[in-house]
Design a binder for this molecule. Structure first.
Ligand code: PRP
Ligand code: URA
Length: 210
């Protein structure tokens, strides 16, 4: 398992605005979209490509295209949905699977309530989208399903991560082809399992506390 904390002035400034409790929902959604687009640059840099010829208005030349099957995008419902359109902007033809995972706010344990992913993922790279990596329980549950279905590689893109969650995912998938790409590695979890300083409840900030 590899962890990559992407350091860049644009990312740092957008994360700061995302954290601000005054940031309204539409702006929060826009920032999540923009951030995932920037993180995608790092997260996808090892995707396989193959050579193709392209004819410019001036001459033929060689270029590349992403090798198929393209990565499968999997937003973790519900907060991960806030990152989907940003990722689709950079890989528009990617298929999308959905996994619903909710954390019990008392036990902090994850429960899977929706699974609309392919039954087999052999030979596929999966890009998991979830803004928050807190205890790591939700991401571990999601990655376990993907590896059990044969995924060759899992790349998880998160906006804010806690050291406790990164450590838990790292321990669980120490020898597996799993990468976590994040825009911020925060200080700690508080007694309620929330990331400090974090940004609060990502799902509520994206979609409302319904
Ligand atoms: C949040 C977040 C992650 C999870 C992280 O989802 O989007 O999926 O918590 O916590 P963990 O690392 O301790 O498991 P939540 O369960 O609040 O559901 P939601 O997306 O529907 O709001
Ligand atoms: N889920 C969130 O949305 N925020 C946290 O800080 C932790 C889990």
């Amino acid at each position: 398992m590899k962890t990559l904390v992407v350091e860049h002035p644009l990312i740092a400034a957008k994360v700061t605005e995302l954290r601000d409790k005054q940031t309204p929902m539409p702006r929060f959604q826009q920032l999540a979209t923009e951030l995932v687009g920037l993180l995608a640059f790092e997260a996808t840099k090892e995707l396989d490509v193959e050579k193709v010829e392209v004819i410019t208005p001036v001459s033929p030349t060689m270029g590349v295209k992403l090798t198929e099957p393209l990565p499968l995008l999997v937003p973790i419902l519900r907060a991960g949905l806030g990152m989907l359109s940003g990722m689709q902007q950079v890989i528009p033809n990617a298929e999308v699977g959905f996994l619903g995972v909710v954390r019990n706010e008392e036990t902090l344990l994850p429960a899977i309530y929706a699974d609309r992913m392919p039954a087999r993922l052999d030979n596929r790279t999966v890009i998991v989208l979830d803004p928050m990596l807190a205890t790591g329980g939700s991401l571990i549950a999601a990655i376990e399903i993907m590896l059990a279905r044969g995924a060759k590689k899992v790349i998880a893109i998160t906006l804010i991560s806690a050291p406790e969650g990164v450590e838990a995912v790292g321990k669980k998938f120490a020898n597996q082809n799993v990468t976590v790409v994040t825009s911020a590695l925060d200080e700690k979890l508080n007694e309620h399992g929330y990331i400090v300083p974090g940004l609060g409840d990502a799902g509520d900030r994206l979609f409302g506390a319904c």
